[in-house]
Ligand binder design. Structure first.
Ligand code: NOJ
Length: 723
């Protein structure tokens, strides 16, 4: 981010301490968002008049989740024309998966395994939001998560470090572009730093009980990738890490972020998390909370007003040096300068934005995220002319299309399943019945659904989670389907018609029974405004599914957390399970569907994995390759995955780790050779004493269609000196 230091320092020189603290104090908008009142607790919402006074007095750095040209223009005018120094406000928002145009939720986007798609989506979302005067998004989330009970897996890129890192970085590039002064761009925030996704027992806000090496090897890299991609801000997490709440964690905010990673932007607390260090029991007073957070490296408070109330007093007492306050203020002013706000405080406001291409991109994205888990006898794509019964609680409703964080999108503009299929099939070939509600039976629902199915050739069963069953503070202990939906699936099975289940969800679900009842199973996540059109495209064969699971689907919630990159144990699971091995006495140990799994309409046979040369010496690389052959006579896009396992190391290593992936188009009947390069630096890990090690020795390597498939090849990593 380019800055003119001289301008900023001379501005700083004219600021009172109260004005400086104002630059470190962010507040939510006073306007209520339609449908968004649940995104944060109602905390110290101020009356508009007093907010105006605060802005006029220079006590506010910016406002978030407010929108609308009139609102933003009114507030900015007060800041630049009526406040003493005319410092512009920064307007932030949770533009998580789109602004007005709702795109697939992040977990769905991860399933595309196409970071470049995420980059394009972020760019479009930024342009749409910036045209309404926003400057700053609270995205990307880069929280690795392995426990599907945690509701915020929907906002994540799933369980894999490499996938999460690639997507987090791609989204930063998409939001920010090369120059934040471009009024179609938003500054990005990587969140929630750190290890928010490791909430114990999948309970949101819970402690992240996590080893140092797991933190370094798995949880930190996605944040780091986003920082290295240039994210302008970092948001601290609600949780503690090793006993210190993230917002007051000096080791994280200063030691790691600034000193090791060289982060130059500013840090902001998550909503009130600075104040909540008192509730954690770290601080015994607001003054102490402010002191600990500030000295740890937290620049800005979101919503709490903690610094507004405490920081000047801490400076007066000598507990905090004013020079340190100045450093934080300069970081914030530098961000405003990088955004071009000093020259153009109304940046972006009222700019033309054409929603047409955004809708087209939403449809493209929504086609590329669903994951086909089962397709018995090639029931999908449907045969031309098939009469379709679209059954289920999600068949015709509009409230659960967009996903947990599309708080600015209008539900009515989103295409539901009924409209998508009606547009594709016409009225004659489609009959629609809900059969049940999301969580309850409907009187006569099963009978009506059975009657609808009787007149059809195939049943499309639209089941899953409601939009508010995942997201913040929406952890679940039961990640199955509500009983009413299972009863509907059983009733549909009894009709004898082929059943294609369209599974809407914000997390992996434990659905062995549903999978058994279904002939085809398509995980559709929350796909945003083009849901119905995109699902119809896939089901009818106008496009083919190419998504893969970014998280393992368990058989039972009791397996959580279940993830493929588990450390090798001394008594691993066996097939079939035996005594004194890692097993459950009441369920198989492995997932129902593993990480990386998904089908297309074509089918790929993988040849053996080959490595050349057999030794990786010096600073060279090995080439790992595999021949793919399409066998079903249909085009396919295959997500080819490269995994490694360090056979013997000074610390126990995961049974597999993804090191590369690529979506490859293979035409019907074609053969394609896929190659990846592996280098020494791809093979390192945390050594447990704060360092990083790459150890010579044997490695197994797979090119495989998912985290459980394939036969490994081997190569040997020689010591760097070549010995
Ligand atoms: C709390 C959430 O944890 C965070 O992700 C979000 O950006 C803020 N609220 C602001 O709405």
């Amino acid at each position: 981010m380019g800055t003119d230091r001289h301008f900023l320092e001379s501005l700083l020189g004219r600021m009172t301490l109260e004005e400086k603290v104002g630059q470190l104090s962010l507040y939510s908008a006073d306007v209520k968002l339609a449908g968004a009142e649940t995104v944060n607790p109602a905390l110290t919402f101020k009356a508009p008049q007093s907010r105006f006074e605060d802005i006029r007095a220079g006590r506010v750095t910016g406002v978030f989740n407010g929108y609308g040209e009139a609102y933003i223009r009114a507030l900015q005018t007060i800041a630049v024309e009526d406040s003493r120094l005319g410092i512009p406000l920064i307007f932030g928002a949770d533009v998580i998966h789109g602004f007005r145009t709702a795109f697939p939720v992040p977990l769905a986007e991860a399933a595309s395994f196409e970071p470049e798609l995420a980059e394009r989506v972020a760019e479009t979302a930024a342009a749409e939001a910036a045209a309404e005067g926003l400057h700053w998004t609270f995205a990307p989330g880069a929280d690795l998560c392995r426990d599907a009970r945690w509701g915020r897996v929907v906002e994540s890129y799933g369980e894999d470090t490499l996938v999460a890192s690639r997507f987090a970085a791609a989204r930063v590039r998409g939001f920010q572009g090369d120059d934040l002064r471009d009024p179609r761009r938003l500054m990005a925030t990587v969140k929630h730093f750190a290890a928010y996704g490791a909430a114990e027992a999948g309970l949101d806000y819970n402690t992240a009980e996590i080893s140092r090496t797991t933190l370094v090897d798995h949880y930190l890299p996605p944040y780091r990738a986003a920082v290295e991609a240039g994210a302008g801000a970092v948001m601290t997490a609600f949780n503690d890490v090793d006993g210190v709440p993230a917002s007051a964690n000096r080791e994280l905010l200063t030691g790691l972020l600034r000193e090791q990673w060289g982060f130059k932007g500013f840090t902001v607390s998550d909503y009130n998390s600075d104040f909540e260090t008192i509730v954690h029991g770290l601080a015994d007073s607001p003054r102490e909370a402010a002191r600990l957070c500030f000295l740890a490296g937290l620049d800005m408070c979101m919503q709490s007003g903690l610094y507004a109330d405490q920081l000047a007093g801490l400076v007066a007492d000598g507990a905090v040096e004013e020079a340190a306050v100045d450093r934080s203020v300069l970081r914030v002013l530098a961000a405003k300068q990088a955004l071009g706000l000093f020259e153009n405080p109304y940046r972006g406001l009222g700019a033309a934005f054409d929603p047409g291409p955004a809708r087209a991109l939403a449809r493209e994205a929504a086609r590329r995220c669903p994951v086909l888990l089962k397709n018995r006898d090639g029931v999908l794509p449907l045969k031309a002319g098939a009469r379709v019964a679209l059954i289920g609680p999600f068949a015709r409703e509009h409230q659960n299309l967009n996903g947990a964080w599309a708080i600015f999108a209008a539900n009515g503009q989103s295409v539901n399943l009924e409209d998508g299929f009606r547009a594709a099939l016409g009225d004659q070939a489609l009959i629609v019945e809900p059969g049940c509600a999301i969580s309850e039976a409907l009187p006569g629902g099963l009978e009506a659904a059975a009657a609808a199915a009787a007149g059809a050739d195939v049943v499309l069963l639209a089941l899953g989670e409601g939009q508010h069953m995942s997201g913040e503070s929406r952890s679940r202990t039961d990640i199955g389907l509500p009983a009413a939906q299972i009863e509907l699936a059983q009733a549909m099975r009894r009709t004898g018609k082929p059943i294609v289940t369209l599974l809407r969800t914000g997390r992996p679900l434990a659905i062995p029974e549903l999978a058994a009842l279904s002939d085809a199973l398509l995980v559709t996540w929350f796909l945003g405004c083009e849901t119905g059109a995109a699902v119809a495209d896939l089901v009818l064969g106008r496009a083919a599914p190419s998504g893969r699971l970014p998280m393992s689907f368990p058989r039972h919630v009791g397996q959580a957390p279940i993830y493929y990159a588990r450390k090798a144990t001394g008594r691993p699971p066996r097939d079939p399970p035996g005594p004194f091995t890692a097993r459950y006495i009441d369920a198989e140990p492995g997932p129902l569907y593993p990480f990386g799994f998904g089908l297309g309409y074509g089918r790929i046979d993988y040849g053996p994995t080959r490595v050349s040369p057999a030794d990786l010496a010096g600073s060279g690389a090995v080439t790992v390759s595999c021949e793919l052959t399409e066998r079903a006579g249909a085009d396919i896009e295959e997500v080819v995955q490269l995994y490694v396992h360090d056979v013997a190391a000074s610390r126990v290593r995961p049974v597999r780790e993804l090191k590369a992936f690529r979506k490859v188009a293979v035409a019907a009947g074609a053969r394609v050779v896929v190659e990846f390069e592996l280098r020494r630096e791809d093979l390192g890990f945390a050594d447990g004493t704060g360092g990083w090690t790459v150890e010579p020795g044997a490695f197994e390597v797979w090119i495989a269609p998912n985290a459980e498939a394939g036969v490994p090849a081997r190569f040997v990593l020689r010591s760097e000196a070549g010995a």
